[in-house]
Design a protein around this ligand. Structure first.
Ligand SMILES: NC(=O)c1ccc[n+]([C@@H]2O[C@H](COP(=O)([O-])OP(=O)(O)OC[C@H]3O[C@@H](n4cnc5c(N)ncnc54)[C@H](O)[C@@H]3O)[C@@H](O)[C@H]2O)c1
Ligand SMILES: [Zn+2]
Length: 360
């Protein structure tokens, strides 16, 4: 078991991310985090068996338990799904001390987290991430949201959980494609924050793809530690540190939009986004070609795409300009300048972006 502390400046709070390989410790963990008589578990149909184990732990810990099950998929991350959950919370007599428990990937975490942030002005939230992406990224850091038809995550809040229980057992049933998508975010941490993690990913790629428990424990623990450190330094993405985690994402969001969120998973779009961003960094003389190539080989080894589809370049550039992370007339991008380090570059021209999108 690995314990990662996330310290928050606001109210001097701290919560723990537990990287575990069982459910046994969950009940005592919850009791140590929150004094709550009632829990409301949110899952999707794919995470229902895992939610069953979580409910048993909650019952053992003395909670009254209610639950909601949604269909899977990004299409559930809406205000209408939130409204359904509000109704259900009200039906079961939820109060300010009801613990909302999100058992699922980033979709369930973001949606249940948004509901927890808003119902009765905020209920305690426990994250039980069940995808690799949710374990290493979305469950840590307090960003919760639903989508608006105009843009992803447009309606949201910062609502930090009281704790995160990442049980690696959950990854056993995760479909291969989802697993690889999570690896894209792990590669991201290596490239922009941790050269040692990147070396580890390169040297243990086979064992990672075989989902060997000890290597999974290492990459999940390490990634959570890196994310926790960034969140501690820049809880609300105001100081610049958290923006580094958007590496590959300005390109990636534009690709997701170009594909109308269909066909492409977030991690795949981010993988191609990182390949483009690294190419742009090489064009600028910021990054050595060798590092960009190592990144590309690793992404390919993990079965991730590295080349954009033949979308119209103008559309991609326009979408990147509209991404909420760009300011003014020139694009602002996170670009790596060496392995394990990146900078926010604020003067990227459209021409450079076009060049980076064109792979010979
Ligand atoms: N809040 C944040 O900081 C943050 C960060 C990154 C991404 N996100 C959000 O996360 C979402 C993507 O999350 P995701 O990639 O986890 O997708 P997801 O939640 O849709 O899960 C992917 C698929 O795997 C299934 N699944 C989940 N766990 C499973 C398991 N253990 N076994 C079998 N099937 C399982 C799900 O039902 C779903 O079909 C996006 O909406 C994105 O915006 C949020
Ligand atoms: Zn991401």
């Amino acid at each position: 078991m690995d314990v990662v502390a996330v310290s928050l400046a606001q109210n001097n709070r701290c919560y723990e991310v537990i990287v575990a390989d069982d459910w046994q410790g969950l009940g005592p963990f919850i009791r140590g985090c929150v004094d709550s008589p009632h829990a409301f578990v949110v899952a999707d149909t794919n995470t229902l068996p895992l939610a069953g184990a979580v409910q048993s732990a909650l019952l053992d810990a003395g909670h009254r338990v209610d639950s909601a099950v949604l269909p899977p998929g990004e299409s559930q991350k809406t205000l209408s799904s939130a409204a359904i959950l509000y109704d259900q919370l009200s039906d079961v007599g939820a109060g300010r001390d009801t613990l909302v428990v999100a058992v699922g990937g980033g979709v369930i975490g973001d949606l249940a987290g948004f509901v927890a942030a808003t119902y009765m002005r905020g209920l305690p939230l426990l994250m039980v991430p069940t995808t690799l992406l949710a374990m290493v990224d979305s469950s840590v850091g307090g960003k919760v949201a639903v989508n608006h038809w105009r843009a992803k995550n447009l309606i949201g809040a910062f609502h930090q959980p009281i704790g995160v229980w990442a049980n690696l057992i959950a990854l056993v049933t995760l479909p291969d494609r989802e697993f690889r998508c999570g690896l894209a975010e792990v590669v991201k941490y290596g490239v922009v924050l941790d050269a040692e993690l990147f070396d580890y990913l390169e040297s243990r790629a086979e064992s990672i793809l075989d989902r060997e428990p000890s290597v999974l424990a290492h990459i999940v623990g390490r990634s959570c530690r890196l994310k926790a450190d960034i969140v501690t330094r820049d809880e609300r993405e105001t100081a610049g540190a958290r923006a580094i985690l958007n590496y590959g994402h300005t390109f990636g969001h534009a690709f997701e939009q170009a594909a109308a969120y269909e066909g492409w998973r977030h991690g795949e779009a981010v993988a191609v986004g990182m390949a483009c961003a690294a190419r742009l960094a090489v064009q600028r003389g910021l990054l050595s070609r060798d590092v960009a190539e190592r990144q590309q080989h690793l992404l390919e080894r993990f079965g991730l795409p590295v080349v954009p589809e033949a979308w119209p370049l103008d559309g991609i550039v326009a979408a990147m300009r509209h991404d909420k992370k760009s300011l003014g007339s020139r694009l602002r991008l996170v670009l790596p300048d060496r392995l394990g380090h990146a900078a926010l570059v604020g003067d990227v021209s459209d021409e450079e972006v076009r060049q980076a999108l064109q792979v010979e």
